[in-house]
Design a protein around this ligand. Structure first.
Ligand code: AOS
Ligand code: ZN
Ligand code: ZN
Length: 388
C-alpha cells in the first residue's frame, strides 16, 4: 500500500527536469579546474551523458544548450542525435560574458556597436531555437559595475530595455524569453538585473512571452525564496527555475544538498501556485560538478527534486488550511513539518520498480559500465567545460 494517492503518483510521473549541457563539462573555481576522465569533448557527448540520467530516472527528458559552447555545424543533426538517445533539446542559453568587448556590459553597454553585437548574438540564438525546436531563450547577463560612480545605473536600465525589446520582437509565436536575475558576480558593486523585481519590471515591459527565471543560488543569504516563487506564480511571470544549492554564494552545488528543507518549501509553493507540471514553468538544473562525477551528480540532483516534490505533495492541504484559518500556529506548522519529515524513499523505490525503472538509480548507474566506457573511449581532443 503506497503512501501516495493515484493522483499524487500521476503528478510525480509527469515531472520533467531539464539538464544543463555544461554540467557534464569540466568546471571549477578560479583556483583550479579538476578534469574527469571521459569528460565530453563536444555537444554530442554531453547529450549522450545527459541521456544516461534520463535512462536511469525517467526524470530528465530535455537538455539545455549554451551558445557558443554548444555550437555545431548542423542543429538538425544534433537534434536527431538527441532524439535517437531518447532526449530532446531544450532551452537555449545565451552568452554575453566571455568576450573582451563585454568588459563594461553587453545589452547595457554605452557603445551602440557593442550592444549591436550582443543583440545579434541573441538573434542568432533565436535562429538556433528554430532548428533545435527549443521554446525558451534564457538570458543571464553578467553586467554591472565594481565601484560607485563607475556607471550610470539608470541609463543602463533604459538601454537594457531597448536591447531586450529588439530581441523580444524576433521571438516566434511559440517562443519565450526568460530573464535570469542575480544579486552579484561577476560585478561586485551593482548588477543590472540583481533581483526578481528588476527582472519582473523588464519582462513586464516586453509582453506575455517574456518571463522571469529564478536561479535558487542567486539571492542574498537569508532571502525567503519561496515567497518570491509564490509572488511570481501569482503574477503569472515565473517562466523557469535554475535549481542548485549553495552554502555561501553562487555555489552551484547539487540541488537539495545544502538545504533540503528550503527545497521542500520552494516546491510546496510551486504546487500551491499551480506550477507543478504546468508547461509555463520550466524546471532546469544549473549546476557545476567540480569534484564529483558529473552523470551521477545530475542523477542525485533530479532524485532530490523528486523526493522533495513527493514530500511536498504529501502536505495535507485541508488540515493546513483549517489550522491557518483558526489561527492554530502550532498545528499548521505540525501539518507542514509532518510532510517534510516523511521518508518517501522506500515508496518511491517501489514505484520506480513498478514502472520498469531501477529502484535505486544511483546504484544502478554505478553498477553500469558507463563511466569506465567513456573514460576509455573519450581520449584526446579538447574537453568541453565552462568557457570551452
Ligand atoms: C550564472 O551565474 C547563471 O546562473 C547562469 O544561469 C548560468 O550559470 C550560466 O549561464 C551558465 O553558463
Ligand atoms: Zn543560473
Ligand atoms: Zn548562477
Amino acid at each position: 500500500m503506497s503512501i501516495f494517492s493515484a493522483d499524487q503518483l500521476a503528478q510525480l510521473e509527469q515531472q520533467a527536469i531539464e539538464l544543463p549541457s555544461w554540467a557534464f563539462g569540466n568546471s571549477g573555481t578560479r583556483f583550479k579546474v579538476f578534469a574527469t576522465a571521459g569528460t565530453p569533448r563536444d555537444p554530442y557527448e554531453k547529450i549522450a551523458d545527459a541521456a544516461q540520467v534520463q535512462k536511469f530516472t525517467a526524470l530528465a527528458p530535455t537538455v539545455a544548450l549554451h551558445i557558443p559552447w554548444d555550437k555545431v555545424d548542423s542543429y538538425d543533426d544534433l537534434r536527431e542525435h538527441a532524439e535517437g538517445l531518447g532526449v530532446q533539446l531544450g532551452t537555449i542559453n545565451s552568452n554575453t560574458f566571455q568576450d573582451d568587448d563585454y568588459k563594461f556590459g553587453a545589452l547595457t553597454h554605452e557603445d551602440a556597436g557593442v550592444r549591436r553585437k550582443a543583440i545579434d548574438h541573441h538573434l542568432e540564438c533565436i535562429d538556433i531555437m528554430h532548428a533545435t525546436g527549443s521554446r525558451d531563450l534564457k538570458i543571464w547577463l553578467a553586467e554591472g559595475s565594481n565601484y560607485p560612480g563607475q556607471a550610470d545605473l539608470r541609463g543602463r536600465q533604459d538601454r537594457l530595455h531597448s536591447s531586450l525589446a529588439e530581441i523580444y520582437a524576433r521571438l516566434g509565436d511559440e517562443q519565450r524569453l526568460v530573464l535570469e536575475y542575480k544579486f552579484f558576480e561577476p560585478a561586485f558593486y551593482h548588477t543590472d538585473v540583481p533581483d526578481w523585481g528588476t527582472s519582473y519590471a523588464q519582462v513586464a515591459a516586453l509582453g506575455d512571452k517574456a518571463m522571469v527565471c529564478l536561479d535558487t543560488g542567486h539571492h542574498a543569504p537569508g532571502t525567503n525564496i519561496e515567497f518570491i516563487v509564490m509572488q511570481l506564480l501569482r503574477l503569472g511571470k515565473l517562466g523557469s527555475f535554475d535549481f542548485n544549492s549553495r552554502f555561501y554564494a553562487d555555489d552551484d552545488l547539487i540541488v537539495g544538498a545544502a538545504d533540503p528543507f528550503q527545497l521542500f518549501r520552494i516546491i510546496y509553493e510551486v504546487i500551491r501556485g499551480g506550477g507543478l507540471n504546468n508547461p509555463d514553468v520550466a524546471f532546469m538544473l544549473d549546476q557545476c560538478h567540480n569534484v564529483e562525477d558529473k552523470v551521477p551528480g545530475q542523477i542525485r540532483s533530479v532524485l532530490n527534486v523528486q523526493e522533495m516534490t513527493a514530500r511536498a505533495l504529501l502536505v495535507d492541504a485541508e488540515a493546513l488550511a483549517a489550522a491557518q484559518r483558526s489561527g492554530d500556529v502550532l498545528e499548521a506548522n505540525r501539518v507542514f513539518m509532518d510532510a517534510f519529515y516523511t521518508d518517501v524513499r522506500p515508496a518511491l523505490a517501489e514505484w520506480r520498480e513498478s514502472r520498469g525503472l531501477p529502484a535505486d538509480p544511483m546504484k544502478a548507474f554505478a553498477e553500469s559500465s558507463y563511466l569506465a566506457q567513456i573514460a576509455a573511449d573519450r581520449v584526446g581532443g579538447v574537453q568541453a567545460g565552462w568557457g570551452a
